[in-house]
Design a protein around this ligand. Structure first.
Ligand code: ADP
Ligand code: MG
Length: 386
C-alpha cells in the first residue's frame, strides 16, 4: 500500500466518509545559503518526498486530527493550544489560527496524514505539513486564497505556533515548486522565477551527517548581527544599502577589512553567495551542470572558511566527493553545524558511492550516514485518485 492509499484508508476507517486528498512536498535548496535574511536570492526546489493529507469537513465544530506516523489522535473544540496535545498538532492549529485572523469562516475539519520526508533532516517536513494543510482547508471551504497567501499563512503558523522564526523559503518552495524546475526566490520582494533543471544522467543525493552541533542557534544569531554591522558600515558610504543584497564587489574592494575583519569576511561571503545563485541559474539556462557543480563547491568553501558555519562531519563528506569524477558538486545544505550535504552525481554511481562513503564516514566518526535520493517535483496539489 502506498502513502496515499494508506492515508485514505485510515481516514475512511476513522471517519466513515470519503476524503479529499492533497499532497505537499519537502524541499532542497540547491544554492544560496544564509542569503535569505540578507534580502538575497535562494534556489530551492520541491522534492518527491511529501506528506499526504486525507481531509473532509465534518458535521460539527470539532477539529479531529490523526497522525499515521506517530499513531496519535487528537481533537480540539477550538483553535487553541492544549498543554498535552502532540507537538505536530501545533502546525495544523497554527494554520487554522492564521485563517481565523483573516476572518475566514470554517467549521469542523477532519484530517489524517502521513509522510516520507525525514523529520528534522533539513528537508522541511514542517513546511510541508503547514502548506499541505493550508492548501487542503482552502480547498474544502473554497476560500480562494492565492498561493502566496498560503505561503504566508504557513510561515506564520510556524512562527506563532511552533515558535520557529523561519524565513519564507521552505513554505514558498513547498507551495510554488514545479517538476523539473527550480525556484529562484527573491527574498526581498518575495517573488520568484522558474529555471529549468535537466539532470539527464545525474541526480541529487543527500547525505545526512546525523549530527546537529549545539552551536547552531547561537551562531545563527551571531551571523545575523555581524551582517547588520556590515550593513550599517556600508550604509554610511552608500545610503542605498539597506541589506547585504545591495553591497557590490566594488564596494567590498574599496573597504577591505572594514568595519572589522570578521564582519567583512561575513559580508564577502554573502555577496559572493548571492552572486553564485545568479550564476547558477545562468548555468541551468546554458545546461552547464559541470559549472553548476563548481558553484556548489565554491558555496561550501565560503560557508566553511568565510562564514564559518560548517563542521568536521560536513567538511569530510564534501571533501571525499572531490576525488570522484562522477560527482559534479557537493555542499552543506541548510543553516550548518550538521544536517545534510547535497550532492550532484551520476545516478549510476549512487550505490557505489553510498557503500564507499558509509565505510569511510563510519571509520572517521563512528556514525552511519543516511541517504535520500531526491527528484524535483511539483509543489502542493490535489490528488484525484491514489
Ligand atoms: P524539518 O522541517 O527540517 O523536517 P522541523 O523540526 O522543523 O524539521 O519539523 C519537524 C516536525 O514537524 C516534527 O517534529 C513533527 O512535529 C512535524 N512533522 C513533520 N512531518 C510530520 C509527519 N509526517 N507526521 C507528523 N508530524 C510531522
Ligand atoms: Mg522545519
Amino acid at each position: 500500500m502506498n502513502l496515499c492509499e494508506q492515508t485514505e484508508n485510515k481516514f475512511i476507517e476513522l471517519f466513515g466518509v470519503e476524503p479529499q486528498l492533497f499532497k505537499a512536498p519537502g524541499r532542497i535548496n540547491l544554492i544560496g545559503e544564509h542569503t535569505d535574511y540578507n534580502d538575497g536570492f535562494v534556489l530551492p526546489a520541491a522534492i518527491d518526498k511529501a506528506i499526504v493529507f486525507a481531509m473532509q469537513k465534518n458535521e460539527g465544530n470539532l477539529f479531529r486530527f490523526y497522525s499515521i506516523d506517530y499513531q496519535e489522535y487528537v481533537e480540539f473544540e477550538k483553535v487553541e493550544l492544549l498543554e498535552d496535545a502532540p507537538f505536530w498538532s501545533r502546525y495544523l492549529l497554527g494554520v487554522l489560527a492564521q485563517m481565523q485572523k483573516r476572518n475566514l469562516h470554517f467549521e469542523g475539519v477532519d484530517c489524517v496524514f502521513s509522510g516520507d520526508i525525514p523529520l528534522g533532516a533539513g528537508l522541511s517536513s514542517s513546511a510541508a505539513l503547514e502548506s499541505g494543510f493550508a492548501f487542503g482547508v482552502n480547498a474544502l471551504f473554497d476560500f480562494q486564497l492565492e498561493s502566496i497567501d498560503l505561503v504566508k499563512i504557513a510561515q506564520k503558523a510556524e512562527h506563532e505556533y511552533a515558535g520557529v522564526k523561519c524565513g519564507i523559503m521552505d513554505q514558498y518552495a513547498s507551495v510554488f515548486g514545479k517538476k523539473k524546475q527550480v525556484v529562484q526566490l527573491d527574498c526581498r520582494s518575495n517573488t520568484h522565477q522558474y529555471f529549468p533543471l535537466e539532470l539527464k544522467e545525474d541526480i541529487f543525493l543527500l547525505v545526512n551527517t546525523k549530527v546537529k552541533h549545539s552551536l547552531a542557534s547561537s551562531a545563527y544569531n551571531k551571523r545575523r548581527e555581524e551582517c547588520d554591522t556590515a550593513v550599517e558600515y556600508f550604509r554610511k558610504y552608500y545610503p542605498n544599502v539597506t541589506a547585504l543584497r545591495d553591497v557590490t564587489d566594488q564596494m567590498l574592494n574599496e573597504h577591505i577589512g572594514k568595519p572589522d575583519a570578521l564582519s567583512f569576511q561575513r559580508a564577502l561571503f554573502v555577496v559572493n553567495e548571492n552572486d553564485r545563485v545568479v550564476k547558477a541559474t545562468q548555468a541551468l539556462l546554458e545546461d552547464d551542470l559541470q559549472y553548476f557543480g563548481e558553484l556548489m563547491y565554491a558555496s561550501h568553501q565560503g560557508l566553511k572558511e568565510l562564514y564559518e558555519v560548517s563542521c568536521d562531519e560536513l567538511d569530510f563528506l564534501v571533501k571525499e566527493t572531490k576525488k570522484i569524477p562522477e560527482i559534479k558538486g557537493s555542499r552543506m545544505m541548510g543553516g550548518g553545524f550538521g544536517g545534510c550535504t547535497l550532492n550532484l552525481m551520476k545516478e549510476s554511481f549512487v550505490e557505489d558511492f553510498k557503500s564507499q562513503i558509509t565505510i569511510k564516514y563510519f571509520d572517521r566518526f563512528g556514525i552511519k550516514p543516511e541517504f535520500y535520493l531526491v527528484n524535483i517535483q511539483n509543489g502542493v496539489e490535489s490528488i484525484k485518485t491514489c
